[in-house]
Ligand binder design. Structure first.
Ligand code: MG
Length: 299
């Protein structure tokens, strides 16, 4: 008898793979350095061969999506530049829709700034203004900015107090890397800005609805036909479950069977596998069902 999860996988037309702890174990954010996890390259190849769309979504914004894609390819994981998503991509879509051409104050390196520019976002240059209060920013977006010191804090806080909305690429406390938990920068800065201004923030990366919407947009799928695979119950499984997507957790990064057992009900994944080869085996079974359904044999 075919299990419910095999039926759901058979209906999946697109897969989002997290990067750190899922496809690679890196030395830094967004797959920098590090090694491909066993079976990751094969799972990407089999997804493509099965006719499904795929994307790799990291919450890291230290690098541009094209740089992350090149690094993954160097590790043998064949993804195209436009198959890599970051919160900067989700942020660009949200900002364009909400504010059109209005100026935005953005913090981060090329992984934030160049992505926003590529999407036609007008960016504030702090050097052109005496204070953040006068810069006219409608929004402040905080990404991976390791040089965020007092002058930036002052300027951004003034812009927020003058009415700019506060957005964050990711407020995840930490992510999986080779030797230890790597602590997040974007959420650290954003929480500090919220503290000094008293204003709340909105996350645009995982696990937000904006990130999930960007995944479905990139894959050309609906949530019900999308599998989200990650190593973090809160970031990936919770995001997928709220949207009605299929939530899969692979135990090669942050999550363990113990943390999954302790997760809140809405974050509990639909599927838990020890490794990518185990996920590939489930898809081999799902593809037989998919073929049978397509040919009308499963009656
Ligand atoms: Mg991860």
């Amino acid at each position: 008898m075919t299990s419910d999860i095999i039926r759901r996988l058979a209906a999946v037309d697109g897969i989002m793979f997290d990067i750190d702890g899922c496809l690679v174990l890196s030395d830094g954010p967004s797959g920098r350095g590090g090694v491909a996890l066993p079976g990751a390259a094969e799972m990407i190849a089999r997804t493509r061969d099965s006719g499904r769309r795929l994307c790799a979504f990291t919450n890291g914004t230290a690098q541009r999506p094209s740089d992350i894609a090149a690094h993954l390819r160097a590790l043998g994981i064949e993804v195209a530049d436009d198959e890599v998503l970051t919160p900067a991509v989700a942020a660009a879509r949200v900002i364009r829709e909400r504010y059109a051409d209005a100026p935005v104050l953005a913090y981060g390196g090329d992984g934030v700034v160049s992505v926003l520019r590529d999407h036609g976002i007008t960016l504030v240059d702090p050097d052109d203004h005496a204070s953040g209060a006068q810069c006219g920013a409608v929004a402040v977006l905080v990404g991976w900015d390791t040089d965020f010191a007092k002058p930036k804090l002052q300027f951004a806080a003034e812009a927020i107090l003058a009415g700019a909305a506060l957005y964050c690429t990711s407020d995840a406390p930490a992510f999986a890397s080779q030797d230890r938990l790597n602590v997040g920068v974007s959420g650290f800065i954003t929480a500090g800005l919220s503290h000094v201004t008293g204003r709340p923030w909105t996350v645009l990366g995982k696990p937000s609805e904006y990130a999930m919407d960007t995944v479905c947009w990139a894959l050309g799928t609906t949530p019900a036909r999308t599998l989200v695979v990650g190593d973090d119950v809160y970031l990936e499984s919770g995001m997928a479950r709220r949207a009605g997507a299929v939530a899969g957790i692979v135990l090669t990064g942050m999550a363990t069977r113990e943390t999954i057992a302790d997760a809140t009900a809405e974050d509990v994944p639909d599927l838990v596998v020890d490794s990518m080869p185990e996920l590939a085996a489930l898809f081999a079974e799902a593809d037989l069902l998919r073929l049978a359904l397509a040919t009308g044999a499963d009656r």
